[in-house]
Design a protein around this ligand. Sequence first.
Ligand code: NAP
Length: 223
Amino acid sequence: MSVVIVTGGFGVLGRVVAADLTKRGHKVAAVDVAPAPGEYGNALALGGVDLTDETAVKAAYATVAERLGSVDGLVNIAGGFIWGLVEGNGLAGWDKMFRMNLRTAATSSSAALPYLLRQGGAIVNIGAFGAIRPGAGMAPYAASKAGVHALTESLAEELRGKGVRVNAVLPTIIDTPTNRADMPDADTAGWVRPESAAKVIAFLLSSEAGAITGATIPLSLAG
Ligand SMILES: NC(=O)c1ccc[n+]([C@@H]2O[C@H](COP(=O)([O-])OP(=O)(O)OC[C@H]3O[C@@H](n4cnc5c(N)ncnc54)[C@H](OP(=O)(O)O)[C@@H]3O)[C@@H](O)[C@H]2O)c1
């Protein structure tokens, strides 16, 4: 059993990942900017933590280590999406995406490292397949997620030989209520189920994936 922090833990993917890891016997701390829900399974739920705020994140992770005994794994799920053309738009969307997707992952990783380096561990980031060859209107989101891919690869090299692995999964479209509402006519058969993503994340956290670091792994249905 190990202790895993799941950021964005109150969102759609975060809840499924937290439940999956709990079922596998891990102690889970779900951290999110939203207020903690009244009921959150067996996991420790820390709400009101803005993951762009270094001081707040350090304090939250110290609480996790104190309450659960250590921090052995980190899943950086906090993030979001906006669509926006470059023409005629200001930089507000770019700043929002940078902070939400990249700054959260960097701040969270930096705050968790002192604990992860003690006895080894693993970080899994959530990138995006859409950042590999972005379509029109995807620039702010894709650029921020490309930053997450770069963070993953660079941090993996920084930590090589130090017992901490860093990988990322790159989902295409996740089957969420928001995506279903936004794309009512889409064929959802090819979308990635959160439960499928959670299994890959659990594997990357596990010692079974001990030979994998610095990988950015697309998640899509093979058909
Ligand atoms: N959904 C997809 O199709 C898809 C595809 C590829 C990649 N992804 C990525 O997968 C991840 C999860 O997606 P999802 O659909 O599960 O999203 P979600 O339901 O919106 O969950 C994301 C969670 O992160 C939280 N969050 C955002 N900014 C934060 C901050 N500064 N500090 C702390 N928490 C913060 C959100 O809180 P609030 O709701 O209060 O803002 C929310 O609870 C995201 O990184 C997303 O970019 C999603």
